[in-house]
Design a protein around this ligand. Structure first.
Ligand SMILES: Cc1cc2nc3c(=O)[nH]c(=O)nc-3n(C[C@H](O)[C@H](O)[C@H](O)COP(=O)(O)OP(=O)(O)OC[C@H]3O[C@@H](n4cnc5c(N)ncnc54)[C@H](O)[C@@H]3O)c2cc1C
Length: 393
């Protein structure tokens, strides 16, 4: 049986950063991950390019963490998105900022980020064990005992960074919740967050069309962001953010050109009355979407289209009606809402208030954020704080 001062369980962004902080502050540290490689879920973010953080202000961060963002004030006062950017730049990773403050490696490759984290762990002398699934955790006397199918480890400090329950194929199957329950922690209700929306709409015709800065509306709620039509419905930030208000049976309204009023568009059509409708609309919308909306009017000059049809067309452009049938399940949603109850975690150290030496970081906690780098920021920052707090208590 091997002993370590600190064991970090789960090699996602939270676990990798917790390992780095723990080793940096002199703890003899082991990171255990069941997959063959670290950061499987992280590798798939940002379309495989790794949306490593967001360069917004502290207020932006909190506003984009609808699930208990305020709990993270203390965490961000110790390590925030700018520290994350500095960390990677000091490790020689060139970063770039894209729309909506999203930060990516300039290489556009997730491996750049994961390799930098892995290299830092090794440089600081911490150990990594992959392909090792922990199946049981107990505390005897002052030591945590972790057991896999054929080995056992002990440690004084345990940092649980096993993630939520979304995309279980990446390794996050909710084992951390079981550990927390074993130690009498409460787990708040687990629900899907940032879920793609299922619609009753001509999916095949629109599949793959992505729209920048449209406005998705549901009753009085309006979300302006990018949107993607998929083979089942809607994805992209506007849909993912709207998903928390979706039950199924609603009707979404999509303003495809929120910067133009209907009257402005009518004037624009009038000014281009001799041109073919498809020529004018292709200048405003992606071609496939323009043709889908125009149908058999596409080849007509604007001046030959009856006024009522033009008005109807513009009404559709300003408020495309999309019937909703539901949303993706927790397993197919990007993020898990709910987790270890924050009332039982010290916000300064992320140590359990119930069990000394037990820490939590990342999505295993009852924290959920919007995509765009906010979950990853939460995971990396909370990982750093859980890892570094160890040396102080
Ligand atoms: C497709 C997709 C796209 C996303 N895009 C974005 C985005 O653009 N921006 C954003 O902010 N967020 C995004 N997210 C969410 C983000 O990736 C997660 O919030 C983040 O990875 C959580 O980090 P974590 O370290 O807490 O957990 P995870 O990354 O889930 O890591 C947990 C690790 O623990 C390991 N583990 C679990 N149980 C055990 C065990 N018993 N033994 C050993 N190891 C174990 C798992 O194998 C896993 O590697 C996306 C998620 C998905 C699925």
């Amino acid at each position: 049986m091997k002993h370590f001062e600190t064991i970090v369980l789960g090699g996602g962004p939270a676990g990798m950063m917790a390992t780095i902080a723990s080793a940096y502050y002199g703890q003899q540290t082991l990171l255990i991950e069941k997959n063959r490689r670290l950061g499987k879920k992280l590798a798939g973010t940002g379309g495989g390019r790794c949306n490593v953080t967001n360069n917004g202000t502290l207020d932006d961060l909190i506003a984009n963490i609808p699930g208990n963002g305020r709990f993270l004030y203390s965490v961000f006062s110790q390590f925030d998105n700018h520290d994350i950017i500095r960390f990677f730049e000091e490790e020689g990773v060139a970063l770039k900022v894209e729309d909506h403050g999203r930060v990516f490696p300039k290489s556009d490759k997730s491996r750049t980020i994961i390799e930098a984290l892995e290299k830092k762990i090794k440089t600081l002398g911490a150990s990594i064990l992959t392909q090792t699934e922990i199946v049981a955790v107990k505390k005897k006397d002052d030591y945590f005992h972790l057991r896999s199918a054929d080995q056992e480890w002990t440690c004084q400090r345990l940092i649980v960074t096993t993630g939520g329950k979304s995309y279980p194929s990446t390794g996050s199957t909710g084992f951390g919740h079981e550990i927390a329950r074993h130690f009498h922690h409460h787990i708040t209700d687990l629900e899907a967050a940032e879920s793609p929306i299922l619609t009753d709409f001509p999916h095949k015709e629109l599949q793959g069309i992505s729209l920048d800065e449209v406005t998705l509306k549901l009753g009085k709620r309006e979300i302006r962001h990018d949107l993607l039509f998929t083979h089942f419905g809607l994805s992209g930030p506007a849909a993912l953010r709207m998903s928390s208000f979706i039950k199924g049976g609603e009707r979404l309204e999509l303003d495809l050109l929120p910067d133009h009023s209907q009257a402005d568009l009518a004037k624009l059509l009038e000014a281009n009355r001799d041109k073919q409708a498809k020529t004018v609309f292709k200048g405003l919308l992606p071609e496939r979407l323009a043709l889908f909306l125009l149908k058999d009017l596409a080849d007509l000059p604007i001046k030959q289209i009856p006024k009522a049809d033009l008005e109807q067309l513009l009404t559709t452009v300003k408020g495309l009606q999309i019937p909703v049938t539901g949303k993706m399940s927790l397993a197919k949603s990007f993020v898990t809402k709910g987790g270890v109850d924050l009332k039982e975690i010290n916000p300064k150290t992320l140590e359990s208030k119930l069990v000394p030496g037990l820490h939590f970081a990342g999505e295993v906690m009852d924290i959920n954020a919007h995509t765009g780098g906010f979950n990853i920021t939460s995971a990396l920052a909370s990982g750093w704080v859980a890892g570094s707090s160890i040396s102080y208590d």
